[in-house]
Ligand binder design. Sequence first.
Ligand code: ADP
Ligand code: MG
Length: 712
Amino acid sequence: MTEPVADPITLGELGDIPVERLRGVGDKKQAALAEVGVTSVLDLLTTYPRRFVDRTSEARISDLIPGQEALVLVTVRSVTKKTMRNRRTMVEARVGDGSGGLHVVFFNQPWREKQLREGLQIALFGKAEVYRGGLQMTNPIVDLIGDRTGKIVPIYPQSDKVQLNTWEIAAWVENALERCAARGFADPIPLAIRRRHGLIDRGRAMHQIHLPETMGEKEQARRRLAFDELLRVQVVLVMRKRAVERDQRGIRHNTSGELVRRFHAALPYPLTGAQQRTIAEVEADLAGPHPMHRLLQGDVGSGKTVVAVSALLCAVQGGHQGALMAPTEVLAEQHATGVQQLLDGLRVPDVKNLFGERQVRVVLLTNRVTGQDRRDVMSGLADGNIDIVIGTHALIQEGVAFHSLGVVVIDEQHRFGVDQRAALRTKGSHDAVPDVLVMTATPIPRTAAMTVYGDLDVSVLDEMPPGRTPIKTYWANGPLMELAAWGDVRDAVAAGRQAYVVCPLIDESEKLEVASAHETLERLVHQDLHGLRIGLLHGRLPSAEKEAVMNSFRAGDLQVLVATTVIEVGVDVANATIMVILDADRFGIAQLHQLRGRVGRGAHASVCWLVTGDIDGKSPRVEALVGSTDGFELAEADLDLRGEGTLMNTMQKGRSDLKLASIRRDRELVVLARDAAFQIVDSDPMLVNHQVLLNEVRLLLSADDEAFLFKS
Ligand code: ADP
Ligand code: MG
């Protein structure tokens, strides 16, 4: 009789095997590994090399070209340490590789003396220079190779602090792989999908990522394992999306009513093609039996408000209510004013009065609405007298009850948590879940949107309303160039235009920010813009005063508006054609783009000056803004510059286990993984026929997710 063959090993099982079961992992090493987050064999096997040294193709010392960066594999011959004046240290090493010798110096890295023992194999990456007739590298990057053999040497993340080195890790990994070999690795991806996307199997990938024979093998392995990571994320998102569609009962809204039609007819302009398409997408969701879950992406000025208001009115025309939620009080107030203006004179048929009609009722609710006003709003929401409420998160607080909340629009999603979205959904009545439209004014690259907002449908407003002139953007690098910016402001004002000056961003404190805004105002009034009519706007002004300042700027009484970032969204003055942003390098790309969107709103040519202190060299963000006015293009640039860290912070716990995959570099894989996730989930909604995948996905889920996705 033959032994029964055990099933291939799963990640779940590997996660249950403590790492100290491996040969060579004693108490001390176990503690060191725990320190870097490795406690199970799974943790160890997913500690991927951070670099590979290719013995077959790296330069030899005799091939080094002075002035060019290169990697060489060498053996340490001797090391000495000197302490120089002012206690600086210099470690010098002689290294060689058979083709020649190289002199290496390290400044202020005294520990190199102990690290670089004689006879050690190391990889050095740096620029060789000619020094005293020989070649020298100064402060190169050093990787310890140990006595590893093989053409490609993996370099693991090492830790000097807890004393783990790359060859120890490599040996444990090898040991773990050997022990897995008998059973092999269970593969979560169906063969058909693997074939279609040219993905190697899991076991081979695990082997090749740690012990590749060629760099090509390593790439294949990376692609496969990155795909796995992305697939897990997408499966969770797609399951969540399908669960909502399957289980949540929504309102079938009346999308052919009179109110929306009247609203569109009363607009002073025709809808753009993109607005028409997007409104149709939203209405199709609203008419359906399941609650809408849609992300509306559109660049600054692309006309998202009209789409949002159309959705809200759709609820109202069916006898329901709409809510618009903004991330700050200032934005909520601006939205309220804007929407009230937009709906001025719009009448809704009143069912309580057979022939009557009444004005659509729009109110503001923030924490600044207090006393009797607040009580009025609360009772109006509860009895249905209020049609549309605009506010902050105050809207989702305890005690706010709606008569019948039908549609919720959330502006600027990136500042809201998923929990808050969920809380708002519970505000629906009669267990019908309101439809949700999430608007973001910060375009997100497509693949990032798929990852961060993958449980939402996406509409894109990719067409600007006509009649805009492109904005020219300049970098004022240093005080001299700044003078040119102020000259431009004076010229524009002389020609009858108006200007914004945006004050330096001070993250830590609004109080400091306001103080600096006052300083800026003083300086401009007395110096650079002496004689012009200048006003000041910041978040700490009382509402009435803010209103007064905005009104006189709109009316043209004020020629220049000095403001903090409160003008980021919602301010719309077509005659303002020039913006000067101070300390522009303190802002992020998205925010600069957002701010700049306040100009270029009319027929006159507009200019944006980005002022920085004298920067010696590059300012990639400022340069990106100078180079493009396309929000999506800038979003891609932003992703390239910042990496995905910031984006991933907005994701739920467990979603950020991307160790190999990068939504920046692996854009193509994100799309493939999403397609595969749809294919798998739609053919097998609870993954009963994809047990390996199911188990891997479950490793990622929070208890809430678990309950939500597998409640039956
Ligand atoms: P967003 O919220 O996407 O930044 P807004 O909704 O504030 O953009 O619209 C920007 C400006 O464009 C507003 O002044 C608005 O009145 C105007 N606008 C919106 N839609 C159109 C259109 N179809 N044609 C002309 N102007 C439009
Ligand atoms: Mg619906």
